[in-house]
Design a protein around this ligand. Structure first.
Ligand code: BTN
Length: 331
């Protein structure tokens, strides 16, 4: 990749003088200064010290493509990456890109979404600087019947990445990640396929990262990385951890199917073994027993019969009502 001013500042341990930066980029010191101003306009804080030069202020929570490409450890996921200041929905932007031919592993990240979407037509509140909102493109060889389990792969990868950060995250079937029963991440998976073959699957992942508080109505049901750890984390670090983990889980799933991730998924499940409500038009009580062959939820109804839940949502049975909440999907 072409060397950039930001790339040089990122790789430097200490201050770099305007002269050195200019020499390495083949531009004048005045042009270096102009580029520094442009970085500042993008919200990137650059410290300038007389007789020493420039450096990036450490600990900044910046989401920019140069940082991703400087630090990326994945092979496939994020080999194409677009980080945008504002979009309607990263799933929508990635779908348009997929139609134009984006490759397997392409990722769209947004600082802010104006029409972030959750499951079942709900919204995903996506304010700038607080959460991590991104979508990943998969173009797998396996048949459409195996696509649903990709949501489970994403949930497992997010839970494992959070656990690496010291957060006791669990997966709630099929598309949430919880910490101490509160939602920290939601996943919206969409697919374009023919009868026999998948064209692409888009997995949209929304993570609560820097929220210090939540609205009163959801304070008991939502949490964030900041609230769990008590310290701020950079969203780029979270993105790196999740994409690395997702690449590993996806590779396992591609090679060995559900059997390859099953044990680990079950060990981190907040759902299996629980009394649940299966939601929908007519919610019913059941007990979650196991995962089916394609990632379905095997449940035992109160009359003792067993069935597989494919696309309905479930809630752990604690509340008296089995009705799902309308409106925001955040929580
Ligand atoms: C849910 O819990 O209902 C799923 C929420 C998924 C939200 C993410 S944020 C990134 C991507 N873009 C969207 O519009 N939605 C997903």
């Amino acid at each position: 990749m072409k060397q950039t001013l930001l790339g040089l500042l990122l790789s430097g341990q200490d201050y770099l003088s305007g002269e050195e930066l200019g020499a390495r980029l083949g531009i004048s010191r005045a042009a270096v200064w102009k580029q520094i101003q442009a970085l500042k306009e993008r919200g990137i804080q650059v410290e300038a010290v007389q007789n020493r030069g420039y450096r990036l202020l450490p600990g900044q929570d910046i989401l920019v493509e140069e940082i991703w490409f400087c630090r990326r450890k994945t092979n496939v996921l994020g080999s194409q990456m677009r980080i945008l200041p504002q979009v309607d929905s990263t799933n929508h932007v990635l779908r348009l890109w997929a139609e134009e031919g984006a490759a397997e592993g392409a990722v769209v990240v947004a600082e802010q979404q104006t029409a972030g979407r959750g499951r079942r037509g709900r919204t995903w509140v996506s304010e700038a600087g607080k959460g991590l909102y991104f979508s990943v493109l998969f173009r797998p060889d396996f048949p459409p019947t195996q696509a649903a389990a990709l949501t489970l792969c994403c949930g497992l990868a997010v839970a494992k990445a959070l656990r690496r950060m010291g957060i006791d995250a669990l997966v709630k079937w099929p598309n949430d990640v919880l910490v101490k029963e509160k939602k920290i991440c939601g996943i919206l998976t969409e697919m374009r396929a023919e009868m026999e073959a998948i064209q692409y699957v888009i997995a949209g992942i929304g993570m609560n990262v820097g929220q210090e508080t939540f609205p009163e109505a959801v304070v008991d049901t939502a949490t964030s990385i900041f609230l769990e750890k008590g310290v701020s984390v950079c969203r780029m670090d979270v993105l790196e951890q999740v994409l690395e983990m997702l690449e590993s889980v996806y590779t396992q799933y591609q090679k060995g199917g559900l059997a390859a991730i099953r044990e680990e998924y079950l060990s981190l499940s907040a759902t299996i073994g629980q009394d649940i409500w299966v939601l929908g038009k007519e919610p019913f009580a059941a007990r979650a027993l196991d995962l089916g062959p394609e990632g379905e939820l095997v449940v035992e109804k109160e009359d003792g019969s067993c069935m597989m839940v494919v696309s309905q949502e479930v809630s752990i049975r604690r509340r008296p009502s089995g009705k799902e909440s309308a409106g925001s999907s955040q929580f």
